[in-house]
Design a binder for this molecule. Sequence first.
Ligand SMILES: [Zn+2]
Length: 298
Amino acid sequence: MERAYANLFAGRTAPPRYRKKFLADSFRYPQGFKLDGRQVYLPMIGWVEFWESRPIEGTIKNVTVSRQGQHWYIACQVEVDLPAPVHPASAAVGIDLGIALFAAFSDGAVHPPLNAYRRVEKKKACLQRKLAGMVQYSQNWKKHQQRIAQLEIRIANCRRHFLHQLSTETSKNHAVIVLEDLQVRNLSRSARGTMAEPGRKVAQKAGLNKAILDQGWGTFRHMLEYKQARRGGEVIAVNPRYTSQTCPACGHVSQANRPHQALFSCEQCGYSYHADVVAAINILAVGHTERLNACSPH
Ligand SMILES: [Zn+2]
């Protein structure tokens, strides 16, 4: 509550809302639960069968029960002793995250975005229009609402799958991963402005915001961080300043180096390459210098 109001008065969020029934259904048992094969004993509820998606290792510390759509899930938090890992690879990579491309790697690999939400946006709008014409809380209305919820869950699953695949592959092959320290929240802030100072290009910014939030950069970074920690690798976040304007060949910095969105072309030495890959190369270079500075005794 304290945090919610602090965020509200600082102008970061909308006011907190009352808890709604059936929304974000979840509860946690810190004790009193028992596991036996494919069954779990939940206090007040009793023995419940479950389907095991993966073997449970270590000591179970607590059990969380949650609902997603029509399905209930249990998640066990476990404690395991892991030996300090040594990363199998020695390579380092810089990654530039963007909208036209989800990620460009300093080794030249590029990954187009999934745009999970954009793909089904129209379908969802259509379903929502239908819902609006129904009698509220009728059986049909409830059924239809479930259909919309299912669609949203599918979008989230697609997005998560995409991010998991890319982050696992990246983490496996690189001991050091350098990312730009993007403040996603700053980027996606509305352009609406205030009454006294109305913002400019509000609609364009809103479209861009939707694209930014659809990418899941924050989740991607979080996945990379914990996967690297597990493998003994490292994630470094660096300030992306000038990384899109600096020539990796001669070091010349100028806005004119980027004649258009996809192309980097140095006005001094003529070096030209894919703009996002150039940014990734520069990000890697910044990561290297920062690391050297951190390691040197001075
Ligand atoms: Zn140059």
